[in-house]
Design a protein. Structure first.
Lengths: 293, 251, 343
């Protein structure tokens, strides 16, 4: 048995995780703020895609278009959440502000329940991406290749954003030395709103692209956010590339374990997270000084 | 006649951060029942040196002896039990607890009774024991106040009171008058002098304010770029041209 | 400043309701006595009546104990655990597994012991971290237990286990067991924070660096808090198992860890009675809305958000808030108007 197919599909899953976690990670770096509601952004991305595409003959182009639209919709939602809710939470003690985002997560999960109902919905794989492709002597899933491609595009785009724009400069400065950056007159709520917009966009796309691979149920938000937290913390709080590495490590571990030891599949994910955090509490690329207590 | 064992002796103590030597081969001793001061321009390594002595940082080289015992490898918590009490530059107090409760926790820790869960804290340490310490730093009137509500000067006094709970042989005061009004500064100087003479412990302070240093210290150690530049009595330091150069050049 | 105003002697003038509210605190004492008398009367009627005691009130009491145990971490030790369901669920499973072989009190004791030991083992590893890392380590641990329980036939997998009371324990006597255990659990927390151990934990919460400068081992006392919280959560879980009669893997799921934290913050995590008020308020609210209804989560999330933003110290801070606001408009002398003008 060849391990390559499960590695490729693990990479694909890892990229989905990365799409959610990258936004969380950048926001944490800039704002020292971990956001439970990000899981709901992801779920709503998936549900919006269902609304946009459920009656159409799904092609790859349509899916990408739907994903971009869903991303925009979620970005608006994230922006509104920042202005209406998060802004009031920044000044609270860390535990309270974390609980505040948890409250918003519950609120949005409730909204999903009201709007889309409790039953599970599904989005089909688009035509042309629903089977496997032969690489050398093994078959790998086509859809995973699409996810990996999207992941690479996002990494490149975010790198450009972080290192070539003034917003990126401000975000990195905030992550490096918050007090100093504030003294230099950077408008924190402006940065926060923009970063939330981008993070929401990525989470929305993530939800849209995840939609064919999972059943859309209202508890999607609570189950995915925990995995996204795992990626952010294992990668190192506030480290964008740490989140990338962690998403790949956790995604591939999970996928390989599912193939060879299906009985412990879910546990392996949390066991990996648990072990990495105990041996390296600051995460793979993190600085311990960033944690809040 | 034998010299009595000094309370603190540093032998070639160094600490490196990244590529910089924050503390470079520092040696001096603090005798029993004395007040010494460490001065130097910003970034001279005073706070790092205090961290090394109290155990918040570990020295990369050299030896630290406390009352003759080698404590170089000991953690902050252990050194506290061996006789060091430290007051921080920004006063560290238990902000949500009252002044009385702050001192009580310190006294309980000093008696090694922190683990007791079968008796109330107020029976392990009686109110009059707390009152004695609070009177010593003249905080008796504020006993029922929350420590978080205190002015900076009173927080420093509270910190000193907590430090005295364990009957330390060495009291480290990091910039005891930082951020204080001139009036508060005068009270703290008087307080340090009276506490020292009442308890007989040794006091090592770092200080920016030369008035404080020259008013209190018997010996002054001048640090520059992590190393000892010169050591002497306040008068010797005042007239030393190297010290003047460091201060004028360093500013 | 507002704190001083309430202590200032009353300077003539009519005794307005707000002044009575702020300076004369006898009504508070009377309220407490009345509440205690009513509570005892209620406990006795429930235990002596023919009809079984109210299931809903039993669940409220269990939630009170669970929230109280979690508040040791959230309010007193500042260890933001998102994995307390691990101990709640372990207690529930331990009770369900042992009740077939041993009497009720032994089963409850074993539940406390097993979850306490589990908390000790996890704590030895997890308490070395802090902040968000600690929250995630405990979360990962809880999720591991959840997945193990959901997939293991030994504990019934997805279906769970039955936890039926022995026939010689009547619903009325089980009611007294619940009241006794919850009261005892709350008393433990109340007592703990009056002893040197508890005061040391509070000191570490405020300033760990100062605590270690006093020669205190921050690790040891944080671990103590974690173990006591885990053991009491286990007791709450065991009572929950017997009250509902069934234990499923859901008792270990991470949102179960979130609920008691919500209760603590809702009531006010800095006060002893905070988690009690929070647990009663939230459980009652959810009962009114109905667990199955679609708007359920909107209520929970919305109320929590409003409380966090408008009353960050919790429901128990309402009297203080009223005092603050009323003292602002009762003391509107000329000096205040000039101050206002200056602003």
């Amino acid at each position: 048995m060849n391990v390559l197919p499960s590695i490729v599909s693990g990479l694909g899953d890892g990229m989905l995780l990365f799409l959610i976690a990258s936004g969380l990670s950048v926001i944490f770096g800039a704002m020292r703020f971990l956001n439970f509601a990000h899981g709901a952004f992801f779920a709503i991305g998936g549900y919006l895609t269902y609304n946009f595409l459920s009656n159409l003959q799904l092609t790859p182009v349509l899916l990408i278009g739907g994903a971009l639209l869903a991303g925009l919709g979620v970005a608006v939602l994230a922006y509104v959440s920042e202005v209406v809710v998060f802004r009031r939470l920044y000044k609270l003690p860390p535990i309270d502000s974390l609980l505040g985002t948890y409250a918003l997560l519950l609120l949005l999960e409730g909204a999903i329940l009201v709007v889309w109902g409790p039953n599970s919905l599904s989005v089909p794989y688009p035509k042309g991406l629903n089977s496997t492709v032969r690489i050398g002597s093994v078959d790998v899933p086509q859809y995973s290749l699409l996810l990996i491609a999207v992941g690479v595009i996002v990494v490149v785009a975010m790198t450009l954003l972080l290192y070539k724009t003034s917003l990126g400069l401000e975000v990195r400065a905030l992550a490096e030395d918050r007090t100093m950056t504030q003294l230099l007159g950077v408008n924190i709520s402006g940065v926060s709103a923009k970063v939330m917009l981008i993070g929401g966009f990525l989470a929305g796309i993530g939800g849209a692209l995840a939609a064919p691979t999972i059943a859309l149920t209202p508890d999607l938000a609570t189950s995915f956010i925990i995995q996204a937290f795992a990626v952010v913390v294992v990668g190192g709080l506030g480290s964008f590339y740490g989140a990338l590495i962690a998403a790949v490590v956790l995604g591939v571990t999970q996928s390989v374990v599912v193939t060879y030891l299906p009985s412990v599949s879910g546990i392996a994910f949390y066991a990996t997270m648990f072990a990495i955090l105990l041996f390296r509490p600051q995460g793979i690329l993190g600085k311990s000084s960033l944690d809040i207590s | 006649m034998n010299e009595p064992t000094p309370v603190l002796s540093l032998e070639g103590v160094s600490k490196r951060y990244g590529g910089n030597l924050a503390v470079n081969d520092v040696s001096f001793t603090v005798p029993q029942s004395s007040i010494y001061a460490v001065i130097g321009p910003n970034g001279a390594g005073k706070s790092t040196l205090f961290g090394l002595i109290a155990g918040q940082h570990q020295a990369d080289a050299g030896r630290i002896r406390l009352n003759g015992r080698d404590v170089t490898k000991h953690k902050a918590r252990t050194r506290a039990r061996e006789g060091i009490s430290r007051a921080f530059q920004v006063a560290h107090v238990f902000t949500s607890r009252t002044v009385e409760e702050n001192v009580r926790v310190a006294l309980i820790a000093a008696k090694r009774k922190s683990h007791v869960f079968w008796a109330a804290a107020s029976t392990i340490v009686k109110a009059d024991e707390v009152a004695v310490l609070l009177d010593q730093v003249k905080l008796g009137a504020l006993a029922a106040r929350e420590a978080g509500e205190l002015a900076q000067g009173d927080r420093k006094k509270l910190e000193i009171a907590m430090g005295l709970a364990s009957h330390p042989t060495l009291l480290l005061l990091d910039e005891p008058t930082a951020g204080m009004t001139p009036d508060e500064t005068v009270t703290v100087i008087d307080l340090v002098a009276s506490v020292q003479s009442a308890t007989g412990c040794s006091v090592l302070i770092t200080e920016h304010d030369m008035k404080v240093v020259f008013g209190l210290a018997q010996q002054v150690v001048v640090l520059a770029s992590g190393a000892v530049l010169v050591q002497g009595t306040p008068d010797q330091i005042r007239n030393n041209s190297d010290v003047k150069a460091v201060y004028l050049g360093g500013r | 400043m507002s704190g001083k105003l309430t202590k200032a002697p009353t300077t003539g003038g009519p005794r307005s309701w707000s002044r009575w509210f702020t300076t004369d605190r006898r009504w508070v004492k009377m309220l407490w006595i009345a509440a205690a008398v009513l509570a005892i009367a209620y406990v006795v009627t429930q235990a002596t009546s023919e009809t079984p005691p109210s299931f809903f009130v039993e669940i409220v009491l269990v939630q009170v104990l669970y929230a109280m145990s979690v508040n040791i971490l959230i309010g007193y030790a500042h260890l933001p655990s998102f994995g307390q369901a691990a101990f709640f669920g372990t207690g529930a499973y331990a009770a369900a597994l042992t009740i077939q072989g041993v009497p009720l009190y032994a089963s409850l004791f074993l539940a406390v012991a097993v979850s306490g030991i589990l908390a000790l083992l996890l704590g030895l590893l997890a308490v070395r971290t802090s902040g968000i890392t600690f929250a995630n380590v405990t979360l990962a641990f809880g999720q591991m237990l959840y997945l193990i329980a959901a997939n293991s036939d030994l504990v019934g997998g997805e279906n769970g286990l039955l936890a039926s009371l022995p026939s010689q324990v009547s619903p009325q006597s089980f009611w007294l067991v619940i009241v006794g255990c919850v009261t005892a659990g709350c008393a433990v927390v109340w007592w703990m924070f009056r002893t040197p151990t508890g005061e040391t934990i509070l000191a570490i919460r405020d300033n760990p660096e100062r605590a270690s400068s006093l020669g205190i081992s921050t690790f040891r006392y944080r671990l103590t808090a974690f173990v006591v919280a885990g053991a009491l959560a286990g007791l709450a879980g065991a009572l929950y198992a017997f009250a509902t009669g069934i234990v499923t893997a859901d008792t270990l799921y991470w949102t179960r860890s979130g609920e008691p934290i919500i209760m603590c913050l809702l009531g006010g995590s800095k006060k002893f009675f905070g988690p009690i008020i929070g647990a009663v308020a939230l459980t009652t609210l959810l009962q009114q809305v109905g667990q199955g209804s679609t708007s359920y989560l909107i209520y929970v999330g919305g109320i929590l958000l409003i409380v966090l933003i408008l009353l960050p110290q919790g429901l128990l801070s309402i009297p203080a808030r009223i005092r603050q606001i009323s003292s602002r408009w009762t003391s509107s002398g000329p000096s205040d108007t000039t101050k206002a003008a200056a602003l």
